[in-house]
Design a protein. Structure first.
Ligand code: C2E
Ligand code: MG
Ligand code: MG
Ligand code: MG
Length: 278
């Protein structure tokens, strides 16, 4: 019986694994050529100043629309892009596109706004990354301090020297560094100091519990105080309710990003939407 059970269990997992591998294979196959077919689109999610209730910047978030697969979420396709190395050309597309849009958006008003772009650890393997960013800034007429690069703690953990050098160079250029998903990895204060981070983003998983969960509220309070003592701007991710916003304001959080104000939206929607919050 144990043997039968074992066999059933085996075939059950093998079927699941088969489905998973097939899906992965399909995604990989479709991803080659997706850039050429123009299937990627950037959405933008505004970041609001808590006190002024004005838009201070946006985060660029990548979307993939494919005719065979439908819409694929970044949580599914980014790991595959990283695995195949396609994250390099896709990541360049994101940087260029985001900066082009920032230039266009800034031409419609006269206040300085920030464009935050997510960088995958794999993109640091591209030895031309920095020169690509520099030339993109120049071509799009965007000044370096309007660009913010979001990286996660995982990037720093690897301790690789080329990443170290790239981060130093990014800061030296005047580009802002943002620590994404803070609190989910092996958060280390020393990283924040060592690399002159400008922004700390408190992960959504801490925000979702506040204000009712006292432990989470206390933690968020501590993170904000700590970040401020290091001179960092604090962004709360995934703010969905008025109650969350109210507590974050009381705790002195600088910026909020989340469905309460806006989901990530298409470029032209952002231009319309932001008019009222400039
Ligand atoms: P992230 O950088 O931490 O982005 C925040 C995620 O939270 C986004 O998911 C956003 O849509 C979602 N979000 C924002 N506000 C709320 C809210 O109030 N409630 C809820 N439930 N969710 C909210 P998205 O767009 O699916 O992206 C997921 C992750 O994929 C990103 O997490 C980022 O790590 C990665 N990603 C997205 N675009 C890019 C990209 O261009 N390059 C790279 N390397 N990674 C990207
Ligand atoms: Mg991010
Ligand atoms: Mg995040
Ligand atoms: Mg995330």
């Amino acid at each position: 019986q144990a043997k039968d059970l074992g066999r059933n269990t085996y075939s059950f997992f093998s079927k699941e694994m088969n489905t998973m591998m097939l899906r992965r294979f399909e995604l990989e196959e479709q991803m080659h050529g997706a850039l050429e077919r123009n299937e990627f689109e950037l959405y933008y999610q505004p970041q609001f100043d808590v006190k002024k209730q004005k838009i201070m910047g946006v985060e660029a978030l990548l979307r993939w629309h494919n005719s065979a697969l439908g819409n694929v979420t970044p949580d599914e396709f980014i790991p595959i892009a990283e695995h195949t190395g396609l994250i390099i050309p896709i990541g360049r597309f994101v940087i260029k596109q985001a900066l082009m849009f920032l230039n266009e958006w800034q031409n419609t008003h006269h206040r300085k706004v920030t464009m935050a772009v997510n960088l995958s650890p794999c993109q640091f393997r591209d030895s031309e990354l920095l020169s690509f960013i520099k030339s993109s800034l120049k071509e799009t007429n965007v000044s370096a301090d309007n660009l913010e690069l979001e990286i996660t703690e995982g990037v720093l953990m690897s301790g690789q020297s080329h990443i170290h050098d790239a981060l130093i160079e990014i800061s030296a250029l005047g580009i802002k560094l943002s620590m994404d998903d803070f609190g989910t990895g092996y958060s280390s204060l020393s990283y924040l100091r060592q690399y002159a981070f400008d922004v700390l983003k408190i992960d959504q998983s801490f925000i979702s519990g506040i204000p009712l969960n006292k432990a989470d509220s206390e933690l968020v309070n501590t993170i904000i105080a700590m970040a401020h003592s290091l001179g960092l701007t604090v962004v709360a991710e995934g703010v969905e309710t008025k109650e969350q916003l109210k507590l974050l304001e009381e705790l002195g959080c600088d910026l909020v990003q989340g469905y309460y104000f806006s989901k990530p939206i298409k470029a032209r929607h952002l231009i319309d939407f932001s008019v009222n919050y400039m």
